[in-house]
Design a binder for this molecule. Structure first.
Ligand code: DX5
Ligand code: ZN
Length: 219
């Protein structure tokens, strides 16, 4: 059984409250909050994502899975800690060195929040070896970060397998999340590669059968 983290990036403001309710009924395990600062990636989503976190906190108990696609990681950690997320994930490409990554990991944990690190399709898994022991989850990007509704980059699925083999060989207990372009027609490849948390946005939101899609993705 995998867990599903539904990205609400592409949900319009007039649909968000209804969508939150419907995703809760459909038993999404998490709401995936895609925070973009207009610097690490072109788009800027912070205001809308904060507004959506506010709605979720007021009407649902489903945990937040916050994905920071930002340069100034500490600034956005402080913003999203206010919404008591289950986990905050930042990009390894946005930190200068291992020391900075470990500082941020320690800071997030000190605020009773789990920590994830995301890697872009072109980033090698070996870039994470130094930090795997200190985090709860790796998010393998299966699209270039920056927007929803893209097609999956098939080569990135191989990286999930490489990461899974590495954590198994080194007895590291960590979640592997895959994020980007994941739909019913490709989710089996992603799961068999080793992902145990599936992030999906358009693959769920664009279907009008959230419960059907989410339950099939979970099997
Ligand atoms: C892309 C985001 C993803 C994206 C997922 O930068 O990190 O979470 O919104 O949406 P789909 O599943 O439509 O690619
Ligand atoms: Zn994301």
């Amino acid at each position: 059984m995998v867990e599903i983290s539904t990205s609400i990036l592409t949900v319009s403001k007039d649909q968000i409250v209804k969508t939150i309710y419907n995703l809760e009924v459909a038993k999404t395990n998490y709401f995936h909050i895609d925070v973009m600062d207009g610097k690490f990636v072109e788009n800027f989503t912070n205001e809308v994502m904060e507004e959506y976190c506010g709605y979720i906190k007021s009407i649902s108990n489903i945990p937040l899975d916050v994905h920071l696609m930002v340069k100034n990681i500490k600034k956005y950690i402080d913003i999203y800690l206010n919404y008591e997320p289950n986990i905050i994930t930042f990009h390894i490409e946005a930190v200068k060195n291992k020391e900075e990554a470990l500082e941020l990991i320690k800071y997030i944990k000190s605020n009773n929040c789990k920590v994830g690190i995301a890697i872009n399709p072109k980033t090698k898994i070996s870039k994470l070896h130094d930090v795997l022991d200190y985090i709860h989850m790796v998010t393998v990007m299966t699209v270039e970060p920056g927007k929803g509704g893209q097609n999956i980059i098939k080569e990135a699925i191989q990286k999930i397998k490489e990461l899974k083999d590495y954590i198994d060989a080194n007895n590291i207990d960590i979640d592997i999340s895959a994020d980007g372009g994941i739909k019913l027609e490709n989710v089996e490849d992603v799961k068999s590669a080793g992902a145990n948390i599936i992030v999906s946005g358009s693959g769920i939101i664009n279907s009008n059968k959230y419960e059907d899609v989410i339950s099939k993705m979970k099997i």
